[in-house]
Design a binder for this molecule. Structure first.
Ligand SMILES: [Zn+2]
Length: 408
């Protein structure tokens, strides 16, 4: 593995802004022209982030990625707040002052990945593709955001955009248990949220994601000898099995609702009526209304599935609210799509996504949210993960133009 490279601040790069100031907004022109010369620097920055393992619970690795991100965002006009992480690395909030009187715009990202140390490491050039853990999900998106801010900062044009709040959490891949409150606090009052998560293979933009629920079911019964005193026992496994049968049947693909019983445990020995059993459920739902309905149905099921002498308890875990389009989401999509298309990207609206992101948290606050603004790629969460390196520049250019438009 090559020695990790310390990232340079994009603003410290020496190339001069190109292009004549012929636009009505010459600084946008200059900022975009500068970005168009930054592919080598963006790649160096990406490599420096990808070469460090930042599996969510690898706190040390996450801290190093955070420091490298700080170096990229060491820009005039960008302030940094570090929010200490407990079970993960520290979370970061970078802020700019922006145009007075404008509501802030949020940029969202995360620095953790799903790959434990030693399982998938390194940064690899493969023709037009770049491979490595988190290259798509979502260190590529962090580079896009950093260079968009750098382009505005070096043009002295951060004041042309709204106030910007870039939130980078360290535990998104496990559902942001610590990061979600950081996101909620930082996003209060924002007019829009732009999420730099993995770009899709066809550049499709994500406006809708399912909500995610985690639920543990605990069944309790009464232990008894299976031969001598069967009638004295009450089988927790039997009760749990009846619940599982009903829960799985609540799945409705047409409605986008799924229930997955992913883990089951129970009992103590073959010849003992089991006193305890439990199951872990993953729930997905497209709307808050569907979520409420599902929770109600599961509670009714817990009551009806119990067999005499047993009881079932539902223990909700973490989760994410669904990302539903808000008033303003369609207009935001249209604005960004116009910019993206001008830079050669496609920009259709993606179908409802099954996986969540911190964009779910933003949308649940009523903020118009656009997701999947990172570079184009495929196969996130697998060792086949890659990005098309040529999409870094157009993504950053489109983002700069949108930010200035939102400040106008
Ligand atoms: Zn991600």
């Amino acid at each position: 593995m090559p020695a990790p490279r310390a990232p340079e601040s994009p603003a410290a790069s020496s190339s001069a802004p190109g292009g004549p100031g012929c636009s009505r907004l010459p600084f946008v022109h200059h900022a975009v022209a500068w970005i168009q010369e930054q592919l080598p620097a963006m790649e160096r920055a990406l490599q420096a982030l990808v070469e460090i393992n930042s599996f969510t619970s690898n706190r040390e690795g996450g801290q190093e990625v955070g420091r490298r991100l700080d170096a990229l965002l060491e820009l005039p006009g960008v302030a940094r707040e570090v929010v200490p992480g407990a079970a993960c690395a520290d979370h970061r909030v970078y802020r700019t002052a922006g145009r007075a009187g404008r509501a802030p715009v949020a940029l969202l990202g995360h620095l953790d990945t799903v790959f434990p140390p030693g399982t998938f490491e390194g940064y690899r050039v493969d023709g037009a593709l770049r491979r490595g853990p988190g290259v798509l999900d979502m260190k590529g998106g962090l580079v896009v955001a950093a260079f968009a801010l750098a382009a505005l900062a070096r043009e002295g044009a951060l004041g042309e955009a709204p106030p910007l709040v870039l939130v980078v959490v360290a535990d998104e891949e496990v559902g942001s248990p610590e990061g979600a409150p950081v996101v909620r606090r930082a996003l209060a009052g924002c007019q829009a949220a732009l999420v730099l998560e993995s770009g899709r293979a066809n550049d499709a933009l994500v406006t809708r994601r399912k909500g995610v629920g985690q639920l543990q079911v605990k069944a309790r019964g009464k232990a008894a000898h299976a031969g001598n005193a069967h009638a004295d026992g009450a089988s927790a496994i039997w009760a749990l099995s009846r619940f599982i049968d009903g829960a799985q049947a609540l799945t409705s693909y047409p409605e986008g609702v799924t229930v997955n019983v992913g883990l089951v445990a129970g009992g103590t020995s073959r010849n003992t009526v089991p006193a305890e059993a439990r199951a872990e459920l993953d729930l997905r739902f497209p709307t808050a209304a569907a979520q409420a309905r599902l929770v109600e149905e599961l509670a009714a099921l817990a009551a009806s599935a119990a067999v005499p002498g047993t009881s079932l308890e539902l223990v909700p875990g973490g989760g994410r609210p669904p990302m539903e389009p808000q008033p303003g989401t369609a207009a935001l999509l249209e604005r960004y799509a116009r910019r993206a298309q001008a830079h050669g990207l496609q920009a259709s609206e993606a179908p409802l996504q099954g996986g969540g992101s911190d964009g779910n948290t933003a949308a649940a606050m009523g903020i118009p949210t656009l997701d999947a603004l990172g570079p184009r790629g495929r196969f996130f969460h697998t060792p086949q993960e890659y990005i098309e390196v040529g999409s870094l520049v157009p993504r950053a250019a489109a983002l700069v133009e949108l930010l200035v438009e939102l400040g106008g």
